[in-house]
Design a protein around this ligand. Structure first.
Ligand code: NAD
Length: 364
């Protein structure tokens, strides 16, 4: 695939808003507060502001003042724009902050999204949106009441291979969708991590990696499931899995008769998406990593690798995601991955857990 064509694909999400953003806010960069300076917030997201065109880092929220001061000094955030979890609500009075990006453990998402909305800030919230559909509904209502945008950190909607896979699937490159396989996992080593504690994670591999499998089954098939049948397999004698599930496997029934076969796990590594259609197949492995993804199209007995260009400045999925949120703020448009999209996934996740618990198919 040519670089020019890829650029068009990568820009597709933002194109709808680009022309109006030039008129509204060409010179303005939208200010972001990052809540949670952990592996993802500090290690992955904060350095990406350097690749952004419309977004800038303007505030930090952390439980560790010394760490926050060090990060603030490194990234040019003024000391007055450092908040603790206790003083967070004062962010309302900070005109440099337009968007609050919640990068905390899953069970804290709902509280900080609602507090951010009450502080009259737009919100970007990491996946999974929350730990139940009921929480998602509360978060959506809070942002609506405040008249603020809510976007979920589904980075694959800004990742070149996944965008191209979606486009190819929609264009009929594999024919009529019949079967989607989507598997995601990695090995958890440390039993003390919050991801293995229900009170903070809301669940095990399904909440963390399974949401990639679920998202892919939905965006590759282009359909919404009508029923789910799930089962979990967990060695409860393993100290890592005293609270949360290790492996979850589930089948999605789609209205066309297509089937989604998905799984997530914390005891082995996997990262794979495969769409089988009546004319061919689209396969990604690895599929949803930060980099190094690969994709093939299989048709008429031949496989063709789809090659993406190396990411350049402003072309990473993370910067694309931040700038998309910024453009939504500048132009008043809706995020392509909204709170409603997060809620759709969480309703299915609730049904997956119920199906596994009750040993039966659950209608959606
Ligand atoms: P992490 O453990 O590395 O960081 C969590 C942060 O939250 C830390 O700064 C920690 O100090 C803070 N925190 C505040 N209260 C806490 C508490 N009671 N217990 C534990 N930590 C607390 O986690 P992470 O990997 O950065 O994940 C944070 C969120 O980001 C999660 O929702 C996760 O699903 C999401 N995430 C998304 C991606 C992605 O690719 N989109 C990747 C990694 C993580």
């Amino acid at each position: 695939m040519s670089l020019a064509r890829r650029d068009i694909l990568m820009g597709a999400a933002a194109l709808a808003t680009a022309s109006s953003s030039r008129a509204v806010g060409q010179d303005r960069r939208v200010g972001f507060a990052i809540v949670g300076l952990g592996g993802y917030g500090l290690g992955v997201i904060i350095p990406q502001f350097a690749n952004c065109r419309h977004s800038r880092l303007t505030a930090l929220v952390s439980g560790d003042p010394a760490k926050a001061r060090t990060v603030a000094a490194r990234y040019g955030v003024p000391e007055r724009s450092i908040y603790s979890y206790e003083t967070f609500d004062r962010i309302r009075d900070n005109p440099d902050v337009d968007v609050v990006y919640v990068v905390l453990p899953n069970a804290m998402h709902a509280e900080y999204v609602v507090r951010a909305a009450k502080a009259r800030k737009h919100v970007l919230c990491e996946k999974p949106m929350a730990v139940s559909a009921a929480e998602c509904e509360t978060m959506i209502a809070a942002c609506k009441a405040a008249g603020r945008k809510l976007m979920i950190g589904y980075r694959c909607h800004f990742e070149p291979f996944n965008l191209e896979a979606m486009r190819l699937a929609r264009s009929g490159a594999a024919g009529r969708s019949r079967y989607v396989v989507s598997e995601h996992g990695f090995v958890q080593h440390d039993p003390s991590k919050w991801r293995l504690k229900t009170a903070l994670s809301g669940g095990g591999s399904l909440m963390d990696m399974g949401i990639y499998s679920l998202q892919a089954a939905r965006y590759m098939s282009g359909e919404e499931p009508v029923a789910v049948t799930a089962r979990a397999s967990t060695d409860r004698s393993d100290p890592r899995f005293h609270e949360v599930e290790d492996m979850m496997q589930w089948t999605l029934d789609f209205p066309s008769g297509a089937i989604g076969q998905c799984m997530s796990m914390y005891s082995a590594a996997q990262n794979h998406i495969l769409l089988m259609g009546d004319k061919g197949r689209i396969e990604l492995e690895p599929a949803t990593r930060y980099d190094g993804n690969h994709m093939w199209i299989g048709k008429d007995g031949r496989e063709q690798e789809i090659v993406a260009p190396p990411p350049g400045p402003g072309k990473t999925m993370f910067a694309g995601q931040l700038d998309h949120m910024a453009q939504c703020v500048l132009t008043g448009s809706e995020p392509i991955v909204s709170g409603e999209e997060g809620l759709r996934d969480m309703r299915i996740i609730d049904a997956i857990y119920r199906s596994a618990r009750e040993g039966r198919t659950v209608g959606l």
